[in-house]
Design a binder for this molecule. Structure first.
Ligand SMILES: Cc1ncc(COP(=O)(O)O)c(C=O)c1O
Length: 385
């Protein structure tokens, strides 16, 4: 493959928010590069073609309430989280834009789940991958990144991941894939079996096929943006609620219409809650937000295991807590209908966090009042104040 000192001359696009292209680059008109690109795109598309859709599971509620609560179980993707969809979209976007190149490293800023999925796609197309992550990222996610051939690069301050990833890309001549900027635009929100289209398809034979609410959480904000835009595009009456954990600025930024909102503490709920209003978070598309205490997220995800026999990550608990509160409102108003939330990733990744009482004690989190609130609600239909 030819190398040229003039990447711009070959018509290369420069990623607006991502890393600048390196000085030594491939010639994009080189037939060997085009053959590599074709093969890389084929491999990513073939992976999608081999994959089945994720399940829509039911959370048992008393039948007399007339309300159905569902989980879109994104933990069953090949790399175990909703980020499999995003990683696929980001790789296709980066390949088709000419940003991901043969032998050049792909670098990401992540709290772990996206990096697990991206390491998988990087290996699939044969490029090196480095994940820049907070040092507190769960050990199991780091193990999975390395299992897929990726490398972990840690920073002490979670706010430093973006600058460190961009700097690494500059140093190595790689591409900072930048999920926080590109998630909302790399995903086909109008269709192409995105998460929202899949949910509506799977609800077709249910008694309430158009849910009253879909509850999501936000890391990049890409999932909530995809769902909310799809709903508007398809003219459904569903509302979208985003549940936000304690150490995050999304709720305040959305409530105060403040794109400069900040939160200086790293989120304890891995995958969601950010220190800045991420470019992929689209506040105008979100109908409602709820701030969820971290102890409530953990209580909810443990209640999930009691109800359906499955462990999930903390962000699933954040969404479930909000979904249960919305169900309580519907019960109180005598309004039947359905509510959908997500299982974002499996709990086995967090046995030493959300399923560890020692970790809870270390964090000063008491889940007892929230566990009691959920039990009381499920027994009576009333949300205890
Ligand atoms: C476990 C988990 N849940 C939820 C989310 C939120 O998804 P999104 O980035 O689409 O907002 C993420 C994002 O990284 C995640 O890792």
């Amino acid at each position: 493959m030819n190398a040229t000192a003039h990447p711009g001359a070959a018509g290369a696009a420069k990623p607006p928010g991502g890393s600048p292209l390196p000085t030594l680059d491939v010639d994009r008109s080189d037939p060997a590069y085009r053959a590599w690109l074709k093969e890389a795109v084929r491999k990513v598309q073939a992976d999608a073609n081999r994959s089945a859709d994720t399940h829509l599971l039911r959370f048992p509620l008393p039948p007399e309430w007339g309300i159905d609560l569902y989980f879109k179980d994104e933990s069953t993707h090949p790399t175990g989280s909703l980020k499999h969809r995003l990683a696929r979209s980001l790789f296709l976007y980066g390949l088709c834009n000419g940003w991901i190149r043969p032998d050049a490293c792909v670098i990401e800023a992540s709290s772990g789940s996206t990096a697990v999925s991206e390491a998988y796609f990087a290996k699939l197309i044969g490029v090196p991958f480095i994940a820049v992550m907070p040092r507190t990222t769960s050990r199991e996610k780091c193990r999975l990144i390395e299992f897929h051939g990726g490398r972990c690069h840690f920073v002490d301050d979670p706010r430093a991941v973006y600058a460190e990833a961009a700097a690494l890309a500059r140093r190595t001549g790689g591409h900072y894939i930048d999920q926080f900027t590109y998630a909302e635009r790399a995903t086909d929100w109008r269709g192409n079996n995105n998460i929202a289209e899949s949910v509506y398809h799977q609800l077709r034979l249910e008694r309430y096929p158009v849910p009253a609410w879909i509850v999501a959480t936000a890391g990049t904000g890409g999932t909530s943006a995809t769902i909310a835009r799809y709903i508007r595009y398809m003219q459904y009456d569903t509302r979208v609620c985003v549940a936000d954990p304690e150490n995050s600025c999304f709720f305040e930024g959305w409530r105060d219409h403040d794109p400069a909102a900040r939160n200086d503490r790293g989120s304890r709920i891995e995958g969601i809650g950010r220190p800045r209003m991420e470019p992929s978070f689209v506040p105008g598309a979100i109908d409602r937000m709820m701030k969820v205490p971290d102890a409530a997220s953990v209580a909810a995800v443990r209640a999930l295991e009691l109800a359906i026999g499955r462990k999930a990550g903390g962000s699933t608990g954040t969404g479930l807590w909000s979904a249960l509160k919305i169900v309580a409102e519907m019960v109180g108003e005598g309004r039947p209908g359905s509510v959908v939330t997500l299982i974002c990733d499996p709990g086995e990744r967090y046995l030493d966090k959300y399923y560890s009482d020692a970790w809870l004690a270390e964090q000063g989190l008491d889940i007892t009042p929230y566990t009691m609130a959920i039990s009381a609600f499920l027994a009576t239909g009333r949300w205890p104040c």
